[in-house]
Design a protein around this ligand. Structure first.
Ligand code: UTP
Length: 302
C-alpha cells in the first residue's frame, strides 16, 4: 500500500452550529454569513484557506445550507445582469466568491457538537491530514498562522492546534491546554486539554482558537467519543486522546498566535471587527473615520 500523503490539501469549515449568541439574526441564516463590512465572515475564512494552498474546501452546513452553498456557487442571473449593464467591477466581485476554491458541502443533520461536525467530513477527507477552520473565527490576513501550522505539522506529524494567551479570568470561555516547551519558540507540546474549564481548574491561560490541523486518526477517535460538555461531541475530548497517544496519529502541538483575531460569533467582538476593518478600508475608511470621530465626540460632550 502506498504511504499516505503528508501534505495538507483539504480544509473543512464547520458552519452548522446553532449560533444562539446571535439570535435572531442566526435564526434562518448561519452566523457565518453575517457581513463583515461587505463580505460574509465565512468568505474571509475560505480565502485564508486558499492563500495557504488549501483549495479543496468542505463546508459543514446545517439547516440553512442553501445560503452558504449559493454564496460560493455562480449566480448566473446576477452575473448576466451586471455584464449587460457593463458593471464589470461588481461582476468581478460577484465572481470572486465562486472562484476562490473548489467548495463542496456536506450536511450535519443535527448540531451535535464541533466534534460531530468534523466527523461529517470523514468520507471527503479520507486518510490524510487536513485543516479545520471555524467559519466565524477570522485571522487578519496580514498575520501568518495557517502556513506556520502546516510547517509544524510537516516537521512533527500528528495534529497541530492554534493557541492564544487570554486573561486567566476568561479561560472558561475556551478550550484550554496544559503544555510543555519544545525547542522551537511559540511551538508547545500539548500534554492535556479541557473544554471550558472553571477558572480555578484551568491548567494554563492558553486558549484554543478556531484553526486545527488534524491527523486522520481523529475520525476513529471521534466515532468513539461520547457527548461531553453541554451534551455535545467535543473536538477537544478527541484531541486529548491523540495528545496522550504515541504513534498511530498521536501527538498534538500548539502554535502560539500573537496576531489579530476576530471572533465574529460574539456580538461585541463582531461589532468591533466591522468597525475596525471598515475604518481601515481605502474606499470606506476616510468617511467612516470622520463619522466615528464626530460620533465619539458626542459621547464626550454628554
Ligand atoms: P460555537 O461554539 O460557536 O457554537 O461553535 P454555536 O452553536 O455555533 O454558537 P453559539 O455558542 O450557540 O452562539 C464553534 C464552531 O463550530 C460549528 C459552529 O458553526 C462554529 O463555526 N459547529 C458547532 C458546528 O458546525 N456544528 C455543531 O454541532 C456545533
Amino acid at each position: 500500500m502506498p504511504s499516505a500523503p503528508v501534505t495538507v490539501r483539504k480544509a473543512v469549515i464547520p458552519a452548522a452550529g446553532l449560533g444562539t449568541r446571535f439570535l435572531p439574526a442566526s435564526k434562518a441564516s448561519p452566523k457565518e454569513m453575517l457581513p463583515v463590512v461587505d463580505k460574509p465572515a465565512i468568505q474571509y475564512v475560505v480565502e485564508e484557506a486558499a492563500r495557504a494552498g488549501l483549495d479543496d474546501v468542505l463546508l459543514i452546513t446545517g439547516r440553512s445550507k442553501r445560503a452558504v452553498e449559493d454564496h460560493f456557487d455562480h449566480n448566473w442571473e446576477l452575473e448576466a445582469t451586471l455584464e449587460a449593464n457593463g458593471d464589470l467591477e461588481r461582476l468581478a466581485i460577484v465572481r470572486e466568491s465562486s472562484d476562490i476554491a473548489t467548495v463542496h458541502s456536506v450536511r450535519q443533520g443535527q448540531p451535535k457538537g464541533l466534534g460531530h461536525a468534523v466527523l461529517c467530513a470523514a468520507a471527503h477527507v479520507g486518510h490524510e491530514p487536513f485543516a479545520v477552520l471555524l467559519g466565524d473565527d477570522l485571522i487578519d490576513e496580514r498575520d501568518e498562522l495557517l502556513t506556520t501550522m502546516i510547517d509544524v505539522q510537516r516537521q512533527r506529524g500528528g495534529s497541530v492546534i492554534a493557541l492564544i494567551e487570554v486573561p486567566p479570568e476568561t479561560i472558561s470561555m475556551y478550550g484550554c491546554v496544559a503544555v510543555a516547551p519544545t525547542d522551537t519558540p511559540n511551538v508547545l507540546r500539548i500534554t492535556d486539554m479541557v473544554e471550558k474549564p472553571a477558572v480555578d481548574e484551568a491548567p494554563s491561560n492558553y486558549a484554543i482558537i478556531g484553526r486545527y490541523l488534524l491527523a486522520p486518526e481523529i475520525f476513529d477517535v471521534l466515532r468513539k467519543t461520547q457527548p461531553g460538555r453541554g451534551g455535545e461531541i467535543q473536538l477537544t475530548d478527541a484531541l486529548k486522546v491523540l495528545a496522550d497517544r504515541d504513534g498511530d496519529g498521536g501527538g498534538v502541538h500548539g502554535v502560539l498566535f500573537r496576531g489579530r483575531r476576530y471572533d465574529t460569533g460574539d456580538r461585541l467582538e463582531y461589532l468591533r471587527t466591522v468597525v475596525l476593518l471598515a475604518s481601515e478600508r481605502d474606499d470606506l475608511g476616510p468617511p467612516f473615520r470622520a463619522f466615528l470621530r464626530d460620533f465619539v465626540a458626542t459621547f464626550d460632550a454628554s
